[in-house]
Design a protein around this ligand. Structure first.
Ligand SMILES: NC(=O)c1ccc[n+]([C@@H]2O[C@H](COP(=O)([O-])OP(=O)(O)OC[C@H]3O[C@@H](n4cnc5c(N)ncnc54)[C@H](O)[C@@H]3O)[C@@H](O)[C@H]2O)c1
Length: 232
């Protein structure tokens, strides 16, 4: 003899968030935190990689601390080979050893490998804590830092294990592209062309007509065209 009970569980969620595009957006991020963007957070964990750490991670950490925020930085070796379950576990152990709990906010600073990994940490740490993405590559700007897909690679396939976890806000710092190796810029450009190809004929034509100038201007033209594209 058995009985079945229904658990009625309907969920209406609003995961809307802003994407701010500009140059040198640390001050804007700090202002957002001061104005309560992340309600209830009392500790801030910057997650970054070893290349981005000295360029953007440390400066943001220093600014947050100067402004009175309790913040720490957790870094992993740069590169796709770090985007693993093992690195995620190491980051989680570091958060725990620094007494991080549910009252924290994860700030991912870097390219797509960082936003994927840090977003996955945020999606599962304490069953989910808020996160921000501060994108420093064109690829992260064009794709990885928005949309909420997070995850890690496995020996079987890339991005196989992860969660959907939407960031509370995305900052796209165009000034960061100036330190980006040309190869990484081109990799992001390829993704941008793919997006235009799939969904925006006018943007695709723009890219085609201006490719030489875009490459030499290191993307500044993409910003103009991309913003026009977003506002349409
Ligand atoms: N979640 C998604 O929807 C989504 C979409 C597309 C790609 N991705 C993921 O994104 C990753 C690729 O993104 P990526 O190319 O940004 O990877 P990445 O984070 O590995 O960055 C590439 C390299 O550039 C360095 N770097 C980053 N910013 C820099 C800067 N401003 N100056 C100098 N060096 C800098 C990094 O240290 C790294 O060595 C892959 O893991 C891919 O699976 C995710």
């Amino acid at each position: 003899m058995s009985k079945t009970f229904e658990v009625t569980l309907q969920k209406v969620v609003d995961h809307s968030y802003s994407i701010e595009i500009g140059e040198h957006l640390f001050a804007s991020l700090v202002r957002d935190l001061q104005q309560g963007l992340i309600e209830g957070a009392s500790k801030y964990a910057i997650i970054t990689d070893s290349t981005v750490e000295p360029l953007y991670g440390r400066p943001l950490l220093e600014l947050l601390r100067r402004e009175g925020f309790q913040a720490d930085l957790f870094s992993f070796p740069a590169g796709e080979s770090s985007k693993t379950r093992e690195t995620k576990a190491l980051l989680e152990d570091q958060l725990l050893s620094h007494a991080y709990g549910r009252d924290c906010c994860i700030i991912a600073v870097g390219g797509g490998a960082v936003t994927d990994l840090a977003g996955f940490v945020a999606g599962t740490f304490g069953r989910g804590v808020p996160s921000l993405n501060y994108a420093t590559t064109l690829l992260a700007a064009a794709d990885a830092s928005v949309g909420g897909k997070t995850g890690v690679n496995t020996p079987v396939a890339t991005n196989l294990i992860g969660v959907f976890h939407q960031p509370r806000k995305v900052y796209i710092d165009l000034a960061a592209w100036r330190t980006l190796p040309a190869r990484e810029f081109r990799s992001g450009l390829a993704e941008t062309i793919k997006h235009a190809c799939m969904s925006d004929e006018q943007f695709f034509s723009y890219l085609e007509a201006n490719m030489d100038r875009i490459i030499t201007a290191e993307g500044e033209l993409i910003l103009d065209a991309g913003c026009a594209s977003i506002s349409r």
